[in-house]
Every structure is written in C-alpha cells, then in structure tokens.
Design a binder for this molecule. Structure first.
Ligand code: DGL
Length: 258
C-alpha cells in the first residue's frame, strides 16, 4: 500500500498519476486540510507535521511513502526519512531531472511556496545538473485559490494573480517551468495560457513516475482511501473535479493523535 500526503489537495496530482500507472495497487491519501498552508511554516513546525503525516500513513499500512508536497520535500524530508524504515520519496529530484531533460536553452523556472523557494533545494539540483540559469518565484496565493476551488481555466481571479506571479518567468526567457508546489498542476491550464511556449513540469506526476518504477506491488485490491484533518466537504468537491468525476469520500481524522 502506497501512502501519499500533502497539506491538502495538491498531492492528488501525484495520486492521479500513480493510480494510472499502478491501477491495482492500494493507496492511502492524507491531506492536512486543517493545517494548510505548509508553505509559510517554520522548519520546526514542518518537521512535526511531516512526522505526524507519515506516522498516520504507516499506521494505515503504507509500505512506501510519497511526500507529494514541494514544501516538505524541499525543507524537511531528507532530515526526517532516516527515522523510518519505509522507503520515502519527495518531488524535488524527479522533477529537476525531468526539467533538465526538457530544457533546450538551459533556462529553467521554478515556482513554489515561499518555504520551497527560500530553501533553494530545486535551484541546487538544477545547477548541479547543468542548468545555465534558474529563476525562482514564490506563488503562495495559488494554494488557497486551489483549496477553495478557483481552478477553472476562465477563473478571472486566478488568471490575474497568475499574470502577476509569472511575469518574471516570462521575462527570463525560461523554456521550462517546474510547478514545484503540487497544488499548481491543478491550475496548469491557466499557467500554460500565460506561458504558451514553456514546457511545464508537474512535480507530483514526476515523483509518481519515479515511485512507480521502483515500487514492488504488494496488496493489489486496487482500493483508494482518503483522509483529511478538517471538514471533508470542500476536499471531496474539488477532488472530484480534479480527478475527472471520481467520487471521493474523505474521512476526517485527528492528526494530533499521531
Ligand atoms: N502542495 C504543497 C507544496 O507542494 C503545499 C502548499 C502549502 O500548503 O503551502 O508545497
């Protein structure tokens, strides 16, 4: 059983891809909707939240964990994963590799939360892999917009904010952009309309492909369970749109018990 977690809906970008690649595998998903956003938190808080999220998924039977959160992957995952004997993967390495393969001019953009951008984790990977230039922009407002369902291609509010955030990426001449927060692929249409000639790298999907390659299938009931740390109504509604109509009935848990 594969455990996937994020601060909310963003990790569904990884779940959707993994479910497609491993349709017979069992999944347990946790969205920490009671404590979203993660992207403005300190190291200490992120470390605590991450450990609780992982403990919960392991308690449900997960034998591999995907930290489908750019913030957790950039800031704390490397320090936390040594405390567990379950394999764990984040989104940084796989998406940096995909971006380095896609770029032609060597100029790569990265958008993520404030914590992700200030960690420099993506920049280091990209530079080490030979990127000529890396341009990073924090786009924290995308997270509440997605959580509140402002995700349609014609959504005026999200389009306006995206135009402002993405101006620096556009001006940089980047030909490839990593959506380094897993919430962002949910509004990929809007981002793509503003940057039509730029290859977008979906960090959740890139990590999902990497995990699917190394994972040895175990349970094989093909079940998916979803859990959240606050009222599931909003999560279920937006998840349903994003997963193309699949009915999601998330259960609320008390994450402080883990
Ligand atoms: N989806 C997460 C990320 O990839 C977290 C966003 C947030 O909660 O701020 O960074």
């Amino acid at each position: 059983m594969i455990g996937i977690f994020d601060s909310g809906l963003g990790g569904l970008t990884a779940y959707r891809e993994l479910h497609k690649l491993l349709p017979n595998e069992d999944f347990v998903y946790f969205g920490d909707t009671g404590r979203v956003p993660y992207g403005s938190r300190s190291y200490e808080i992120l470390e605590r939240y991450t450990k609780q999220d992982i403990n919960f998924l392991i308690s449900r039977g997960a034998d591999a964990i995907l930290a489908a959160c750019g913030t957790v992957s950039s800031v704390v995952l490397d320090d936390v994963k040594g405390s567990y004997n379950v394999p764990m993967l984040g989104v940084v390495d796989a998406s940096a590799t995909e971006a380095l393969t896609a770029t032609k001019n060597g100029i790569i953009g990265i958008i993520g939360t404030g914590a992700t951008v200030s960690s420099g984790a993506f920049d280091r990977k990209l530079k080490a892999g030979g990127a000529k230039e890396v341009v990073s922009v924090a786009c924290p407002l995308f997270v509440p917009l997605v959580e509140n369902g402002y995700i349609g291609r014609d959504c005026t509010v999200t389009k306006l904010i995206a135009q402002d955030y993405l101006a620096k990426i556009k001006a940089s001449g980047a030909d490839t952009l990593i959506l380094g927060c897993t919430h962002f692929p949910i509004i990929a249409d809007i981002i793509g309309d503003i940057l039509p000639d730029v290859t977008l790298v979906n960090s959740g999907a890139a990590a999902a492909k990497a995990l699917a390659k190394s994972y040895k299938a175990t349970a094989n009931k093909g079940s998916s369970e979803f859990f959240v740390s606050d009222n599931p109504v909003n999560f279920d509604a937006v998840a349903r749109i994003f997963l193309g109509g699949e009915t999601v009935k998330a259960q609320r848990i008390d994450i402080d018990k883990y």
